[in-house]
Design a protein around this ligand. Structure first.
Ligand code: NDP
Length: 349
């Protein structure tokens, strides 16, 4: 029988305190199930919130606890006799809540997995395709009818979502103003963002400067959409640079600060503020709309328009002893939660 080495939490709490490596015996697959071997799984901010117990989607607790991680790519290594759409060798990503992706093996009914093309898509891209690129894609499409040459502003621009926003916008001919916190290597970061296609890169600390207002003006058209990853002062700062009838979409709250906006922009500029949650979109969208978007995102990747997110790989050798795996994971976890960390932490199996 197969043993999966999994990062499991038994109860809610700080991930470093409640996560432990466990060996889980994988039961024989049922007729409608597949056995998969994970290839790569990221550590995302919402995975951490989920373990803390502050995320609307809870971990799937079983008798041994809940396996962490929601996103990742796995390869089918065995399929039950009634499995219709998957075969051995296929790559799959979870198509369900709280799958548990920080583990070597899992069994799953085929309808809780979505097949993903391997053609021109790396395992790192596949492992990170289901949350961040769709979030960027939907936010650029669903709130404001953007045309070529229009301008979008975003904070947290160096986040994985932010990197997707820059690249997808660039592919669609949309200009981006990218706000990041100041740091010792700001120039290096700005140059990396420019390489992705950023039009402007601005320090959060300069948001209120007149020179920033002039720079934004020089782009030639008013800013129509703001994407807010951070909240607090940063969110109010980016709304100051918006044109009339603009929309600010909040999708993250990295500063843990509430949103405060001036009254003026709502009354005199008809500002609109709303939120986006990818899990809600996934639940409500038709299969056809999802497929269309995935095909489009895969095309962007194949065409070289959407690169792997900046990342560090943590190699989880199955041959490593449990103590070593535990240590490797805890190091990746601590890097994932660090400010100015700048790299998505990805476990590769
Ligand atoms: P990453 O781990 O790639 O990036 C985290 C970002 O947050 C970095 O830009 C980092 O910037 C910034 N940051 C961290 N701490 C702070 C802070 N105290 N103040 C300001 N900025 C901070 O994350 P993802 O791209 O995976 O996710 C980004 C956010 O988007 C998360 O909040 C996540 O939960 C959310 N999200 C929401 C979705 C939705 O459907 N609503 C879908 C996907 C993601 P720095 O370099 O300055 O530290």
């Amino acid at each position: 029988s197969t043993i999966s080495k999994a990062m499991v939490c038994e109860k809610h709490g700080q991930p470093k305190d409640v996560l432990r490596l466990k060996e889980i015996k994988i039961s024989k697959i049922k007729d409608d199930e597949v056995l998969v071997k994970f290839l790569a799984s990221p550590i995302n901010p919402s995975d951490i919130n989920q373990i803390e117990g502050v995320y609307p989607i809870k971990p799937r607790f079983k008798e041994y606890g809940a396996v962490g991680g929601n996103e990742g790519v796995a390869e089918v290594i065995a399929a039950g006799s009634k499995v219709k759409n998957l075969t051995v060798g296929d790559w799959v990503i979870p198509d369900t809540k709280a799958f548990g992706t920080w583990q070597t093996y899992a069994t799953s009914p085929e309808n809780e997995l979505q097949k993903i093309s391997k053609n021109g898509i790396s395992s790192i891209s596949a492992a990170t395709i289901s949350v961040n690129p769709p979030t960027a894609y939907r936010m650029l499409k669903d709130f404001v009818n953007l045309k070529k040459g229009d301008v979008v502003i975003q904070n947290g621009a160096n986040s994985a979502v932010g990197q997707s926003v820059i690249q997808i916008a660039k592919a669609w001919g949309i200009k981006t103003i990218n706000v990041v916190r100041d740091r010792p290597n700001f120039d290096e970061l700005a140059s990396e963002l420019h390489k992705l296609g950023a039009t402007l890169v601005i320090k959060e600390e300069d948001l209120r400067a007149n020179s920033t207002r002039e720079l934004v003006k020089s782009l030639g058209s008013p800013v129509r959409l703001a994407l807010n990853c951070v909240g607090g002062k940063s969110a109010s700062g980016i709304t100051r640079l918006l044109g009339h009838n603009a929309t600010i979409v909040t999708y993250g709250g990295m500063s843990k600060q509430p949103l405060t906006f001036g009254t003026g922009p709502f009354i005199f500029k008809n500002l609109r503020a709303c939120g986006y949650w990818n899990s809600r979109w996934n639940k409500e969208a038709s299969k056809k709309d999802k497929q269309y978007m995935f095909d489009d995102i895969c095309e962007l990747i194949r065409g070289g328009h959407l690169a792997e997110p900046w990342h560090d790989e943590t190699k989880w050798e199955v041959s490593d002893d449990n103590k070593t795996l535990n240590k490797k994971f805890m190091e990746a976890l601590s890097k994932a939660g660090k400010s100015f960390g700048n790299k998505k932490q990805i476990l590769t199996f």
